[in-house]
Design a protein around this ligand. Structure first.
Ligand SMILES: Nc1ncnc2c1ncn2[C@@H]1O[C@H](COP(=O)(O)OP(=O)(O)O)[C@@H](O)[C@H]1O
Ligand SMILES: O=P(O)(O)O[C@H]1O[C@H](CO)[C@@H](O[C@H]2O[C@H](CO)[C@@H](O)[C@H](O)[C@H]2O)[C@H](O)[C@H]1O
Length: 462
C-alpha cells in the first residue's frame, strides 16, 4: 500500500495538519517507517485500517516522526471530514480518526491486548474495554486545538492517538501507569495502550482512559468567567482554591510515585542555563523576542537563591487551564505528555513543581487576554485582568495551603518559571496561532517591570 505516490501525498498533507511541528520550514520528503495493521482484511463496513509511523524530513535537516492512522475503503464515506490523502488501486486512503468503523478496529485491538502484526497493545482494564467494544457505541473524534487526536467511545472510553512521536514510552502513559496504584481521584483511570517498536525502542501510539462524562475544561470556564459581567461568578473562588489543591495532590502523588530530591544550588544553576539556552533558540525561532532578550537574560541570571525546603520531582510539564477538567467529582488533571515538541528525555527530568504552578498562572493571563482579542471594551479588558489576578490568588492560596508552602517566599522562582513559559509560548504561538503571540509577548516584555518590583501575580491587580 505504501510507495512513492503515498509518501508524496503525505508530504503535501502533513503540513496542513494543526499538530504538524514542521511549520515555518519546508517538508522535503516523507519516509514510511512502520506500517501497523489493525485489520488486514476488510473490517466492519468494509474498512481496512493501518497505523503508519512516518518520518518527515525538513529543509532544516531535522526530521520528525508522526503517526498517521489510515483508513482504506473502496469509496470515501460521507460524514468523514478531511479530504482523501491518496487514491490508489481503486481505493481511497484518508485519516482514520473520523471514521467510526476504523476506530472500532483500534478499540478492539486495545481490548484484546497482546502482540499482533507489529502492534503491542496492553489492556490494563480488559473488562471495561471489552464492555465498550461489546456496546458497539460509535466513535466520535473530539474537535479543537489539540496536539494529538482524541476519539471518544460512547462516553465510556477516550483514546488519544499521539501524532508527533518519539522513541521511548510517552510520558502521558508512563505517568498514568505510575499513578494507577494510588487511585488518585484527580487523574482519569488508565484502561490500555498501544505501542510499536522502532530501532528496538518502544514508540507509544495510543492511550485509552476512562472518559469522564460531563467534564468542562478549565479553559472554557475561565474564558467565560473572565468576560462575565460583575456579579456573575462562573468560576467561584472555592473552585479555584479546589483547583490549587487538586494540582498539589497530583504533585504529591507524582512525588510518591517517582521520588523527590532537594533543589540544590547547582541544580538551580543548571535550570538557569537551560532557560538561557532555550531563550537563545526561541529568539531564532521567533525574532519578535529579540528586543526583550537581554532583559529576560537578566531576569534568569538573577535566579540564584534556593528557598529552604525547595525540591524537584516529576511534574506535569505543560500545565494550563486546558489540561484541567471540572467534573461533578472535582477537578481532573489530564495530558501528562509535557511540552509536545521537547525530546522525551528532557520531559521526564525532575523539575520544580512550581513550574506547573507558573503554567497555570500564565493560563489565567491567557484567559483574560481573550477579552482583548475579541475587541472587548476598555472596561471589559480591565475587569478581565482583575478577574485573572483574583483567580491566580485563589489558585495559589489552595496550592499553598495543600502543600504547606509559603509561596510568597518563592516569588523569584515563580517569576522565572513564568517567564520561561512565556518564552516557550511566544514560539508556540508564532508557529501555531500568530495572532495570539502578543499574549505571551506582553509577559516577556514585562520582565523588566517585574524585576523592578512589579506584578508577579500574587496581590497586584494590574
Ligand atoms: N478522561 C477524559 N474524560 C473526558 N474528556 C477528556 C479526558 N481526557 C481528555 N479529555 C478531553 O480531550 C481533550 C484532549 O485531551 P488531551 O489529553 O489534552 O490531548 P492533547 O494532547 O491533544 O491536548 C481535552 O481537552 C478534554 O476535553
Ligand atoms: O494542550 P497541549 O499539550 O496541546 O499544549 C500546547 O497547546 C496549548 C494550547 O492549546 C498551549 O497553551 C497555551 O494556550 C492555552 C490556551 O489555548 C493557554 O491556556 C496556555 O496558558 C498557553 O500556554 C501549550 O503551551 C502548548 O504546549
Amino acid at each position: 500500500m505504501t510507495g512513492p505516490g503515498l509518501t508524496d501525498a503525505l508530504a503535501a498533507w502533513l503540513p496542513r495538519q494543526r499538530w504538524y511541528g514542521g511549520r515555518g520550514t519546508t517538508t522535503t520528503g516523507v519516509d514510511v517507517e512502520r506500517v501497523v495493521e489493525l485489520a488486514d482484511d476488510l473490517g466492519r463496513g468494509g474498512v481496512r485500517a493501518v497505523l503508519l509511523v512516518v518520518r518527515a524530513h525538513l529543509s532544516t535537516g531535522e526530521s520528525h516522526l508522526y503517526q498517521v492512522p489510515l483508513a482504506v475503503r473502496a469509496t470515501m464515506p460521507s460524514g468523514v471530514d478531511g479530504g482523501p490523502i491518496a487514491r490508489r488501486d481503486g481505493l481511497v486512503l484518508y485519516d482514520a480518526t473520523s471514521d467510526p468503523e476504523a476506530m472500532a478496529l483500534l478499540l478492539g485491538v486495545i481490548a484484546r491486548g497482546g502482540d499482533r502484526s507489529g502492534v503491542e497493545s496492553t489492556a490494563d482494564d480488559p473488562d471495561e474495554l471489552r464492555a465498550a467494544v461489546r456496546a458497539g457505541v460509535p466513535a466520535r473524534r473530539l474537535r479543537g486545538e489539540q496536539s494529538n487526536t482524541s476519539v471518544v467511545f460512547g462516553d465510556r472510553v477516550i483514546v488519544k492517538l499521539f501524532r508527533r512521536l518519539a522513541t521511548g514510552t510517552n510520558p502521558d502513559l508512563e505517568v498514568h501507569r505510575a499513578l494507577r496504584p494510588y487511585g488518585l481521584p484527580h487523574v482519569a483511570a488508565l484502561l490500555g495502550s498501544v505501542a510499536t517498536t522502532l530501532d528496538g525502542e518502544p514508540v507509544t501510539l495510543a492511550l485509552a482512559q476512562r472518559f469522564v462524562p460531563g467534564a468542562v475544561d478549565g479553559w472554557e470556564l475561565a474564558t467565560a468567567a473572565a468576560r462575565a459581567p460583575a456579579g456573575q461568578d462562573l468560576l467561584p473562588e472555592d473552585d479555584l482554591r479546589a483547583l490549587g489543591i487538586a494540582v498539589a495532590e497530583v504533585h504529591h502523588a507524582l512525588g510518591r510515585a517517582f521520588g523527590t530530591s532537594a533543589l540544590t544550588g547547582p541544580l538551580l544553576a543548571d535550570a538557569r542555563d537551560t532557560m538561557l539556552t532555550r531563550l537563545d533558540g526561541a529568539v531564532v525561532a521567533a525574532p519578535v523576542l529579540e528586543p526583550y532578550a537581554d532583559e529576560v537574560r537578566g531576569a534568569f541570571a538573577g535566579l540564584t537563591g534556593v528557598p529552604p525546603g525547595e525540591h524537584v520531582q516529576r511534574v506535569h510539564g505543560d500545565l494550563h487551564l486546558g489540561q484541567v477538567l471540572r467534573t461533578a467529582d472535582g477537578w481532573k488533571v489530564i495530558d501528562f505528555e509535557g511540552e509536545p515538541s521537547a525530546p522525551i528525555a528532557r520531559r521526564v527530568v525532575a523539575d520544580s513543581p512550581l513550574r506547573d504552578v507558573a503554567g497555570m498562572l500564565r493560563s489565567f493571563d491567557y484567559a483574560a487576554a481573550q477579552v482583548e482579542l475579541s475587541c472587548g471594551s476598555y472596561g471589559e479588558v480591565v475587569a478581565a485582568r482583575r478577574w485573572a489576578e483574583r483567580a491566580k490568588a485563589a489558585f495559589l492560596a489552595g496550592y499553598g495551603a495543600a502543600t504547606g508552602t509559603d509561596l510568597s517566599g518563592r516569588a523569584e522562582l515563580l517569576r522565572a518559571w513564568e517567564l520561561d513559559k512565556a518564552v516557550y509560548e511566544v514560539v508556540y504561538e508564532t508557529r501555531h496561532r500568530p495572532g495570539w503571540a502578543r499574549i505571551p509577548l506582553r509577559a516577556v516584555a514585562g520582565a523588566g517591570a517585574a524585576r523592578g518590583g512589579g506584578g508577579h501575580g500574587f496581590h497586584d491587580a494590574r
